[in-house]
Design a protein around this ligand. Structure first.
Ligand code: HEC
Length: 428
């Protein structure tokens, strides 16, 4: 019955290889990179991260804004401040269709990919919509779990190594963890979807708490949503089946040939594996300390706390200082976006898609359509600059329910720019 022991080892080794390739190597190698980019500490990114990320992009979704030359090129992506996703295999896909994301510009709708250790796809755009319906930004989901993922995956790999090295009934039972891995993922994912659907803070439009669809098609406000497993999930299923078969074969073998004493060689191999695991975990921990993962987590949580709706409870007028800070922040955001648009404009071939400014796109397009053609709100094409400006200013003074959230802290200069821009929209 020795062949059963052997087969069990081979199957578990394949499961381990899939786990390493699909999840552990990319997530350990990329750990801390997004934080470093955000902190402007690009020089602290280890050099191997670049080829690693580039390699894992093959066959992945490419953002509609990503220029040809920046695909599979992390360095370029950072230079032009494009949205960068994590490289591990994506497990679930969530996408959204709406009139303001026309098929020509968004052939795949607005997709976001859920990974063990983060997100990829049109996360920024999706967050604009989340904000609009009062939902927390996507980064808020699974925030602690995601930080713990590299450690948990390393521990899981160790468990598989234990199984491969030793022939022992008790160790075999631990295989229940890799067997249940796909279900664990779906469990966490479902929990967080529930959380998002039940922690609404009242956005520009108000929707009732709801359970987002885990698998299949759904509808939120005027958006059609799709949610499906992708490549990473099938790899998890493969790991699960391989682990199940390995466990079954070994259990049969152990029945015929009860545990023998482990040899020094077995202990030695296990020791080496443990040292590698400990070293890798220490490395991940060092990176986490350096980029202050915990501090960032509490910031994200704080930023997505519900803001009290002004209509119900009187909030004190923000102090001049607070106002100043908010205006400053907006100004910085605007400058950042302007730089991005400049980079986009330089690019040939895709000019048609980027007719509107980011200011219009993120604040007004959800309701008035990407080109002012109208959607929930009426069409804006054809309004003159002055009429528009008058209307927006009026909305501001009247604290118009539909508009106050998007124009509250917009400077008059910005409004004028916006009105000028919209007045030039071509009729479709
Ligand atoms: C939450 C959805 C929503 C958002 C976001 C929004 N609007 Fe509106 N807008 C509407 C609706 C609905 C109306 C029509 C009802 C009304 O007049 O209040 C409207 C009306 C208007 C009108 C008057 C149109 C007319 O023909 O009289 C203007 C101008 C306008 N919006 C400009 C803007 C601008 C500029 C922005 C971005 C800064 C913006 N809106 C963002 C929903 C929205």
């Amino acid at each position: 019955m020795n062949s059963n022991f052997f087969m069990a080892r081979i199957l578990a080794a394949v499961a381990l290889a899939l786990l390493l390739y699909g999840f552990i190597i990319p997530s350990v190698g990329f750990n801390g990179t997004l934080e470093r980019i955000k902190d402007g500490k690009v020089e602290a990114i280890p050099s191997y991260t670049y080829p690693l990320w580039n390699f894992y992009q093959k066959g992945r979704y490419i953002g509609v804004n990503t220029p040809q030359t920046a695909r599979y090129n992390l360095k370029k992506m950072i230079e032009i401040s494009e949205e960068i996703g994590v490289p591990s295999l994506p497990v679930w896909n969530f996408s959204l269709e709406a009139p303001n994301y026309p098929k020509e510009a968004f052939p795949q709708g607005l997709p976001v990919y859920i990974h063990f250790d983060g997100l990829s796809g049109e996360v920024h755009e999706m967050n604009t919509i989340n904000h609009y319906v009062g939902m927390a930004p996507m980064e808020r989901g699974g925030i602690y779990e995601i930080a713990l993922v590299p450690y948990a995956l390393i521990a899981l790999a160790m468990l598989l190594v234990l199984f491969i090295v030793y022939d022992n009934k008790w160790i075999s039972r631990l295989m229940v963890v890799p067997i249940l891995l796909p279900f664990l993922f779906v469990g966490f994912y479902g929990y967080w979807l529930y959380w998002f659907g039940h922690n609404l803070h009242g956005g520009a439009i108000t929707i009732k708490p709801f359970m987002p669809v885990i698998l299949g098609d759904g509808k939120v406000a005027q958006f059609t949503t799709h949610a499906y497993p992708v490549i990473g999930f099938w790899v998890l299923i493969a790991i699960s089946i391989l682990s199940l078969l390995a466990w079954w074969l070994k259990s049969r073998a152990l029945k015929n040939q009860p545990s023998k004493k482990a040899t020094p060689l077995q202990h030695f191999i296990m020791l080496i594996a443990l040292l590698i695991a400990a070293g890798t975990s220490a490395y991940v921990f060092k990176t986490d300390m350096e980029v202050d993962t915990l501090g960032k987590i509490s910031k994200v949580i704080h930023a997505s706390k519900p803001t009290v709706p002004t209509a119900i409870i009187e909030t004190p007028e923000p102090t001049a200082e607070q106002k100043e800070a908010i205006i400053q922040e907006r100004e910085e955001q605007r400058k950042e976006q302007e730089l991005k648009v400049k980079a986009l404009e330089k690019r040939a071939g895709s000019a048609g898609k980027f007719k509107v400014s980011p200011m219009y796109k993120s604040n007004c397009a959800p309701c008035h359509g990407v080109s002012g053609e109208g959607n929930v709100g009426p069409k804006l094409v054809g309004l003159s600059k002055d009429a528009m400006l008058e209307k927006i200013l009026e909305y501001k003074t009247n604290e118009d329910e539909m508009h106050i959230a998007v124009i509250e802290y917009m400077s008059e200069e910005d409004m004028e720019k916006l009105a000028e821009e919209i007045a030039q929209f071509d009729a479709l």
